[in-house]
Design a binder for this molecule. Structure first.
Ligand code: NAG
Ligand code: NAG
Ligand code: NAG
Ligand code: NAG
Ligand code: NAG
Ligand code: NAG
Ligand code: NAG
Ligand code: NAG
Ligand code: NAG
Ligand code: NAG
Ligand code: NAG
Ligand code: NAG
Length: 285
């Protein structure tokens, strides 16, 4: 281990220590006390660089537990989340905001299993939208934006997770059923609340590649999903809603149908051509 790594490690430890000091209000941190590091909430600002090598030779305080599995994404700054004190409302649906829900038209302000997302165009030219997301999960809920009808090919995904009763926010890419946190998407003003398994969050985001010139640029296949959240790891998402078509986020009057709701009829429709092909195939034999 070289001196630079040691220095880096010391700096990281010092930052963690300072964060700890900031969190523990008026608690005297005696240097030799058996403080357990595990329960320290990192201040939102603390940026952890992942390229610090953990030298085996560093002497740690005996009982300090370093969670081995915590994913420290390089250069990622956690998005600060403030408390959301109101219930998400459907009042502006079809007026100023595009809404999608499962079950269709369920009221997000009423307790129960309602998954709801609304998207409101804030600043068209900058592709800035304000989102409201509400759903039921023991872990996380997420809203995804896909350019293709096949969801899960590096789709932009905004994730609100239940972190011990508080919302932790991530941006992630969904690729082949795996959510990879990147926290690099431009997001602002994140608020959240957790009530039992009901998670609500609001945020504004600049959606990727969207410019106001053509509606196709602001059109996305929408999805809502949920999944488990354990020690900063997002379980694979379970799809709750997939929009039946690409919807223009700037058009509040769009009705978003859930292609997962119509699964049986979609099955029949997709079966018909297959049967036809089968019959034709047999005729050719
Ligand atoms: C810390 O303690 C001092 C004096 O006991 C008090 O004035 C101050 O408000 C306390 N700060 C916090 C954050 O509790
Ligand atoms: C710290 O831990 C040691 C060993 O477990 C114990 O003897 C000592 O009393 C502890 N000190 C405090 C302040 O808890
Ligand atoms: C962390 O600390 C909080 C408040 O101090 C406490 O409610 C919680 O149970 C602790 N969690 C663990 C894992 O020790
Ligand atoms: C933490 O972030 C806030 C807002 O982003 C900023 O004003 C403040 O200076 C930051 N503090 C540190 C210690 O970086
Ligand atoms: C650990 O560091 C100490 C002092 O820096 C050194 O004497 C010792 O040889 C090192 N041990 C290993 C295994 O590198
Ligand atoms: C570490 O913690 C365990 C249980 O929490 C305790 O049995 C053990 O004595 C502690 N060791 C030291 C060195 O404090
Ligand atoms: C997390 O830990 C579990 C069990 O300890 C292990 O199976 C898994 O591979 C680890 N994941 C990572 C990303 O290290
Ligand atoms: C962190 O970001 C800076 C500039 O954005 C870059 O120069 C540096 O290489 C990054 N470090 C890591 C570990 O990605
Ligand atoms: C996701 O939502 C479904 C439907 O409400 C529910 O059955 C499932 O338990 C939820 N997943 C998690 C991880 O809570
Ligand atoms: C998703 O992104 C990764 C890394 O950026 C890339 O390797 C992969 O090919 C992308 N997949 C798709 C379907 O675009
Ligand atoms: C956004 O633009 C980048 C660069 O032009 C491209 O690689 C990426 O595939 C685009 N993403 C979407 C969702 O269209
Ligand atoms: C919304 O669409 C409905 C029918 O699709 C139409 O009757 C209504 O006028 C539209 N409202 C607005 C504000 O465009």
């Amino acid at each position: 281990m070289d001196n630079i790594s040691r220095l880096m490690f010391a700096v990281v430890m010092a930052m963690a220590y300072m964060a700890m000091g900031a969190e523990a209000q008026n608690t005297t941190m005696a240097p030799n006390s058996n403080a357990t590091m595990a329960n320290v909430t990192m201040a939102p600002n603390v940026t952890m660089t992942s390229n610090v090598a953990m030298a085996p030779n560093v002497t740690m305080a005996p009982n300090v537990t370093m969670a081995p599995n915590v994913t420290m994404t390089s250069n990622v700054t956690m998005t600060p989340v403030t408390a959301l004190t109101v219930n998400i409302s459907m009042a502006e649906c079809k007026k100023s905001q595009l809404c999608a829900a499962k079950p269709p038209n369920c009221d997000p302000a009423v307790a129960g299993s309602c998954f709801f997302v609304s998207i409101k165009s804030v600043e068209v030219h900058n592709a800035n939208f304000s989102f409201q997301l509400r759903g039921v999960s023991s872990g996380y809920i997420a809203v995804g934006l896909s350019k293709t009808s096949t969801q899960g090919q590096n789709d932009t995904t905004y994730v609100c997770a239940n972190n011990n009763g508080k919302v932790k926010f991530f941006t992630a890419l969904l690729d082949k059923g795996v959510l990879t946190i990147n926290n690099k998407l431009p997001v602002d003003s994140v608020k959240g609340s957790v009530n039992d398994h009901t998670i609500q969050c609001t945020f504004s985001a600049t959606v990727p590649n969207a410019t106001a010139t053509r509606s196709i640029d602001t059109s996305y296949y929408l999805s809502i999903s949920n999944g488990t959240f354990n020690s900063d790891t997002l379980g694979s998402p379970q799809a709750i809603l997939n929009s039946d078509k690409a919807v223009d986020l700037t058009d509040p009057n769009t009705t978003v149908l859930n292609s997962l709701n119509s699964a049986p009829s979609a099955f029949c429709l997709s079966q018909a051509p297959l049967i036809l092909i089968g019959v034709l195939g047999m005729m050719m034999l």
